[in-house]
Design a protein. Structure first.
Lengths: 93, 485
């Protein structure tokens, strides 16, 4: 099945990570154009698409998008804390 | 109508910043958040959206928790950054010490013929599988080059007591070197206890050597799992245990169990046997994909979900024992709980990132080959030498510890840059385990969604957190397991 995602709602990184998380069940081929990200989704065993798995994939997309947002917003804090933590160890160049 | 405005009306509303954290769904409604050092909080998925959108109100019941556990920091709140930094530094401080555990495979010979043996033991009379004095001395040269102030030497086999003269030599030589080195030196012999003699026990007592043994459960199960020619493994174990405790004390001997296919429906019987024999805990240990465990298809006989059911049933029973006044620990849970609830890390090699291979533990095989861990030499017996780091007769300390075999495995399996692991809320509690993934996927990383290791860890950690959150008495028991006086 083909799932079209608005690229303003989801970034490519989130789509890739969501696809990876379900790699044991689904094979997702990702392509992009100016407006959207397309996911061509197949079951790994070639059987008919399981709607429960598609819903799980959609929930995972939401989680991954949120993770990307948190990671981006906290990047400076993460670097500051790590720099501070190891500031007296002599391990930093 | 109230006569006064609520307290919150007098509070100054402050903006907050997010501090780095990760999350996983616990179920359809709740998510587990973990911060940079593994402190966790449970909130609803809806509240998570509010939190990330900076719409979480100061009056919210979770606001103080999230602030005190360093998930958010208010404006000009420098203390949160400093405290979190201090905790990060504490968490990683052990890394600087480098290798602590040094395993000596003094022989591959064994008096047992266990179906699930992960070592690929040899029959008793093949002296070609014994370590020589020369190899032991060269290995000791390398041991004392570790910068770690604590050095643990563990004798492995086969059955190490079949080469007891060499154990004596290594212990005495290490102690002699330690007069100058002044390390905290410890010795452990991993043994079935069946070959213990008065002379061996006296030597163990004189040199403060601990014994680590194997007990798989009640007599019938133990003897089926661990066959000997006289079918008396359990009887010899009990006799050896009693004898060893008489000389070394009750804490001088510990036991490990292995979950064979026959164990799966017997978890309560197994735990009862440990309680009956006076042990204060048990490690509900799954089989690993090495040696005869693969050859005899013992490893393939049950999957991770079946083991999780076994583990959960056992844990429930152990919690009940504790609630009834019997202090008894499940050690696998205790390792995870100490990561979840404290800043301590037991240094369990499989559950470390960077992986514990080489930098926390190293193995000197009977033939002088050096392997990155005990499991690595098990892989070698199956023809996979990916984790061979050198040989004590021809390689220097620096060649061994800067070998591509070690550094590539550490780098490629590093969880903070591994797909899925880098975003996983349980990364702080988990580990890289490149040896397991090499054995099952053929590379250091594997595919985590398909990895039994990943599924086992996710299942265990979610279960432990759920148990704690559902029942305060269980949480108190778990706290006792990790905060020993």
């Amino acid at each position: 099945m083909l799932l079209e995602l608005d690229h303003k709602a989801y970034c490519l990184e989130a789509v890739q990570k969501a696809s990876y998380r379900l790699i044991n069940k689904l094979t997702v081929q990702i392509s992009t154009n100016e407006k959207s990200i397309s996911c061509d989704i197949q079951m790994n065993d070639g059987s008919k698409i399981d709607d429960n798995l598609i819903n799980a994939f959609k929930r995972e997309l939401l989680d991954q998008q949120l993770r990307v947002q948190i990671k981006k917003e906290t990047e400076d804090q993460r670097n500051l804390i790590l720099a501070f933590a190891f500031s007296k160890t002599g391990l930093q160049e | 109508m109230s006569k006064f405005l609520p307290f919150v009306s007098y509070q100054e509303q402050k903006n907050y910043s997010l501090l780095p954290f990760k999350f996983e769904r616990l179920d359809d409604k709740e998510v587990i958040l973990t911060n940079m050092v593994g402190q966790y909080a449970l909130i609803s998925r809806d509240k998570l959206e509010n939190l990330v959108s900076h719409n979480l109100d100061q009056s919210d019941t979770d606001y103080i928790t999230l602030r005190s556990k360093h998930f958010i920091a208010e404006e000009n709140d420098k203390n949160s950054y400093e405290l979190l930094s201090l905790k990060v530094r504490t968490k990683y401080s052990n890394l600087r010490n480098f290798t602590n555990l040094h395993m000596f495979v003094v022989t591959l010979r064994c008096d047992h013929s266990c179906q699930y043996c992960q070592v690929s033991r040899q029959s008793e009379n093949k002296a070609a599988f014994d370590m020589t004095v020369e190899t032991a001395n060269k290995s000791l040269d390398l041991v004392f080059q570790s910068p770690n102030p604590s050095i643990k030497i563990e004798f492995q086999g086969g059955e190490p007591l079949l080469n007891f003269d060499l154990i004596k030599h290594i212990v005495q030589s290490a102690e002699l070197r330690n007069v100058i080195e002044k390390r905290n030196l410890q010795f452990v012999i991993t043994t079935t206890l069946t070959l213990l003699t008065d002379e061996i026990l006296q030597f163990c007592k004189d040199h403060q050597i601990y014994l680590s043994s194997s007990l798989d459960g009640p007599e019938d199960l133990h003897n089926k799992n661990r066959p000997r020619p006289d079918k008396n493994s359990h009887q010899l174990f009990v006799k050896g245990l009693s004898k060893a405790r008489d000389v070394l004390g009750i804490d001088g001997v510990s036991a490990l169990m292995t979950t064979s296919p026959l164990s799966l429906n017997r978890v309560k019987d197994i735990i009862d046997e440990y309680v009956k024999l006076g042990f204060n805990g048990i490690f509900l240990r799954h089989l690993s994909p090495y040696g005869f465990a693969l050859k005899t298809k013992s490893y393939q006989a049950y999957g991770v979900n079946r083991w999780l059911d076994f583990y959960k049933e056992g844990l429930e029973y152990i919690i009940e024992l504790n609630k009834n006044g019997i202090y008894f620990t499940e050690f696998f849970s205790a390792i995870l709980l100490s990561k979840i609830l404290t800043s301590e890390d037991s240094g369990f090699v499989d559950l470390m990132n960077p992986a514990g291979i080489g930098i926390a533990a190293i193995t000197f095989n009977y033939d002088g080959d050096v392997y990155a861990s005990d499991e690595s030499r098990m892989l070698k017996e199956m023809g996979d030498t990916s984790f061979k780091l050198g040989n004590v007769h021809s390689s220097s300390y620096s060649e061994i510890f800067t070998s591509d075999a070690l550094l590539n495995a550490l780098e490629d399996s590093f969880t903070l840059s591994a797909p899925m692991c880098c975003d996983c809320a349980f990364e702080q509690y988990c580990g890289a385990d490149p040896v397991f993934h090499h054995a099952t996927f053929g590379d250091y990383l594997g595919k985590k969604p398909e990895s039994e290791f990943c599924n086992r860890m996710m299942g265990s950690i979610k279960h432990l957190i759920t148990l704690m959150e559902k029942d305060s008495e269980t949480k108190a028991i778990f706290m006792r397991w990790v905060n020993k006086c």
